[in-house]
Design a protein around this ligand. Structure first.
Ligand code: MN
Length: 130
């Protein structure tokens, strides 16, 4: 797969560093936002990434609030957003997909499958968003 630019919106350093390590190892570029304010700063720049990994539990705003803010920007309306949550509760996946996320990955990150799971959700991937 061609290298892509991914935003990883994650306040937990360990989770971020593992995601970054695995994605960079496969040639992708990672931009981090640690909280709602940092994500809003990236949105204000107006340059969309290929995909956003969005921790649904961040300081400053709920993940669903941030998803709505992202979708409200014309430049970001079609960017795939993958919900990341440690709360692998029954129904979480369905709830986040129903709210407009394009995919869902639970934490802790599964080292062997994480990048494959993310790449499947990239635009142009087989079975991913068009
Ligand atoms: Mn978090």
């Amino acid at each position: 797969m061609q290298p892509r630019v991914l935003w990883v919106v994650e306040d937990n350093d360990q989770n971020f560093e593992l995601a970054e390590f695995l994605l960079v190892e496969r040639g992708h570029r990672v931009v981090r936002a640690r909280d709602a304010e940092e994500l809003r700063r990236l949105l204000a720049l107006g340059a969309a990434p290929d995909l956003v990994l969005l921790d649904m539990h961040l300081p400053g705003a709920s993940g669903l609030q941030l998803l709505a803010e992202l979708r409200a920007h014309p430049a970001f309306a079609r960017v795939p957003v993958v919900a990341l949550t440690a709360h692998a509760l029954r129904g979480d996946r369905e709830r986040f997909l129903a709210e407009g996320c394009d995919g869902y990955l639970s934490k802790p990150i599964e080292i062997r499958s994480f990048v494959d799971d993310v790449e499947r959700l990239l635009p142009g991937a087989a079975g991913g968003s068009p």
